[in-house]
Structure formats: C-alpha cells, structure tokens
Design a protein around this ligand. Structure first.
Ligand code: AMP
Length: 193
C-alpha cells in the first residue's frame, strides 16, 4: 500500500529501551500482558499522525484495543480533518495464537518478528539481535488473551454500532495467503463503494 505502519507496541518498546518517562510508565503494564492506559496510547497516535510521513495515511497495528481508544481515535481524527477508511479484524483461534507467540522471536532493533529462529540469532533485515519478548512468556500470553476478551473484543461491536464496517480476515495460513486475503478485503470493502 506504500503507507507507513504505526504499531503502538513498537513505539512503546522503543520508549522502554530508551527509558523515556513514557517507557518507564508503560513497562510494567506491558511485561504483565496488561494494556497501557488509554491516554498514553492516544497521545502516541496523535503524535504519529501529525508526522509528515503520515500525511497520505497510515496503517494502524495494535490500536485501537479498547472502546475509549476507539472514541478517542474518532476525536483525534476529527481534529486533524482525517478519517478511518477500513477496519480489519485478523481472526485466529486462541490455540494457534499461543503456538505463534510461544515460538516467536523479534528483532530488538527493527521489531521484525520471526518464527522458528532462536533468540540471539541475527535479523535478516537489519542485523540486529533476535530476542524473546517478555510478554511472550506463558503467564503474560494468558493474560493478553483475557484482556482481549474483556477489553478489545467489545471494540468490534462498537464499530458495528457506529456503522463502520469491520472486515473479518481469516488469519490462519501462510503470511502470503493472509496478506492476499487482507488486500482482497480492502478491495471489497462495502464502505468504499
Ligand atoms: P503489541 O506489540 O501490539 O502486542 O503490544 C505490546 C504491548 O504494548 C501490549 O500488550 C500492551 O501492553 C501495549 N500496547 C500496545 N498497543 C496498545 C494499545 N492500543 N492499548 C493499550 N496497550 C497497548
């Protein structure tokens, strides 16, 4: 799509590494698998959307995760004269998610995720070191799934009620096939007709 990706988790992990005040505030929530407070997330979203690189649009990843964030995003977009074009829901069952998270490593520099590669090996993209995320440990994974059910699943209903179409993408399968399905959903989104 040629659009920058804004992943709030990546922004937060960079803040944790740099030990900024925001990173210090977020770290305990993240390590446990809990959500970081909504005002912190909306602050990040606003800052990132105001960057020149985001002028043509952005792909939000990992946000919004609560109903107050969905409401806040509407306000931020309204204030910036922008709008939400599509909402994609990547649908995978819990068993598959646990299998993916518990075998994942990520580059500590550029955040690229890998499956089946040991911690300590080198990132193909930037040569950085692959690490396990603290929140990919079993107790935090369980907590993240609970948090999803309690706080994030209601966001889908919220968008439906606000007449924003939510495109469900079957996210089982290879990266290529899920990518094809996601692009197909964007092309077929009734909201764009
Ligand atoms: P992710 O990389 O998207 O899995 O995010 C990692 C962690 O960062 C989450 O488990 C939360 O602690 C925090 N986080 C990222 N995005 C959000 C969000 N939109 N709302 C609240 N917390 C978030």
């Amino acid at each position: 799509l040629g659009l920058p990706r804004l992943a709030t988790g990546d922004v937060l992990r960079a803040a944790v590494r740099k030990r900024t005040p925001r990173g210090l505030e977020a770290r305990a929530f993240m390590d446990r698998g809990d959500l970081v407070p909504d005002d912190v997330i909306l602050g990040i979203v606003r800052e990132e959307l105001e960057r020149p690189a985001a002028a043509r649009g952005v792909l939000l990843d990992g946000v919004v995760r609560t109903v107050p964030q969905a409401e806040g995003l509407e306000r931020v977009l309204g204030a910036l004269g922008r709008r939400l074009d599509h909402v994609l829901l990547f649908d995978v069952d819990a068993e598959e998610l646990v299998a993916r998270l518990s075998t994942r490593t990520v580059c500590e520099s550029c955040q690229t995720p890998y499956m089946g590669r040991d911690a300590g090996s080198e990132c193909d993209k930037c040569g950085g070191k692959l690490v396990r995320r603290a929140d990919d440990e079993p107790a935090a994974i369980r907590r993240r799934l609970e948090v999803y059910e309690e706080q994030t699943a209601p966001v889908v209903e919220w968008y439906r009620r606000s007449a924003t179409s939510v495109q469900r993408v079957d996210a089982k399968g290879t990266i290529d096939s899920v990518t094809r399905r996601a692009l197909g959903s964007l092309r077929n989104d009734p909201a764009q007709e």
